[in-house]
Ligand binder design. Structure first.
Ligand code: SF4
Ligand code: SF4
Ligand code: FES
Length: 254
């Protein structure tokens, strides 16, 4: 006989003045290959139609189902109940605005982040629809693709101590990943200094505590710390270059 799972689920509707944050308990017979997506849908269909949570693709692609699962951010649609204990606590992700129960607004946060890092190819070239596509080295295209795999689920942000407790404008590892994606793209004509102006501050790489919560929780296994290391190295190199040129120009004018 399968297990009876107990779900402790956070409930709160910020739109309802009568609503107060609390936990509700639900019980469900575990079925084979049950995911949290299946469990939550069954709870909503069979026990409580008011329960709020988000799902779209059910396949780990859209990023909308991220939530805190026994204290750890992850995608509910790819989390199998057989890998969890019999008592499962589900909370909404912190940092993002709560819509209700397990549903949060990651879209506004990611839109602001993408605007801050100017997440698009900056080029002076005009687009000619009839032109042949620009060719790109296969290895470089792969490298860019690797960084494009972010599904904007928000798990790395929810796991980040800096974003959670210290600094509400902290960009987070997903922003560093975004910046390096454009830095390595030869079609983007921005200079390193222009990227560093955006990311070289306390909201950016200087604010990062380097404790790896982001990379540990990324469901797409994006090597987030490699991007952070790359940005820090390049930025350090560029600052040394500036220092030398300032020293040299000082010598010349002396
Ligand atoms: S390593 Fe930096 S970005 Fe990643 S979780 Fe820690 S503070 Fe946040
Ligand atoms: S970097 Fe990973 S954890 Fe962060 S938003 Fe993208 S896919 Fe989610
Ligand atoms: S529903 Fe799309 S990632 Fe889970």
């Amino acid at each position: 006989m399968g297990r009876t799972l107990k779900f402790n689920i956070f409930r709160f509707n910020p739109e309802d003045p009568a609503s107060v944050p609390h936990m509700d308990a639900y019980y469900l017979e575990e079925t084979e290959a049950m995911t949290l997506f299946i469990a939550l849908n069954r709870i909503r269909e069979e026990q409580d139609p008011t329960l709020m949570f988000d799902f779209m693709c059910r396949a780990g692609i859209c990023g909308s189902c991220a939530m805190m699962i026994n204290g750890r951010p992850d995608l509910a649609c790819h989390t199998k109940t057989k890998n969890l204990p019999g008592e499962i606590t589900l909370m909404p992700m912190p940092v993002f605005k709560l819509i209700g129960d397990l549903s949060v607004d990651t879209g506004t946060w990611f839109r602001a982040m993408n605007e801050k890092v100017q997440s698009w190819i900056h080029t002076g070239k005009t687009f000619e629809p009839g032109d042949e596509e620009e060719r790109m080295d296969d290895a470089l295209a792969e490298e860019i693709y690797e960084l494009e795999r972010c599904i904007e689920c928000g798990c790395c942000v929810a796991a980040c101590g800096k974003a959670n407790m210290v600094h509400e404008n902290f960009m987070g590892a997903t922003a560093f990943n975004r910046i390096t994606r454009f830095m390595i793209d030869p079609r983007d004509e921005r200079k390193n200094d222009e990227y560093f102006e955006v990311v070289g501050n306390e909201d950016g790489i200087f604010g990062c505590l380097g404790l790896l919560g982001c990379e540990d929780t990324c469901p797409k296994k994006i090597p987030l710390q490699d991007q952070l290391g790359m940005l820090r190295r390049k930025m350090g190199f560029s600052q040394v270059k500036h220092l030398f040129s300032a020293l040299l120009s000082g010598k010349k004018s002396a």
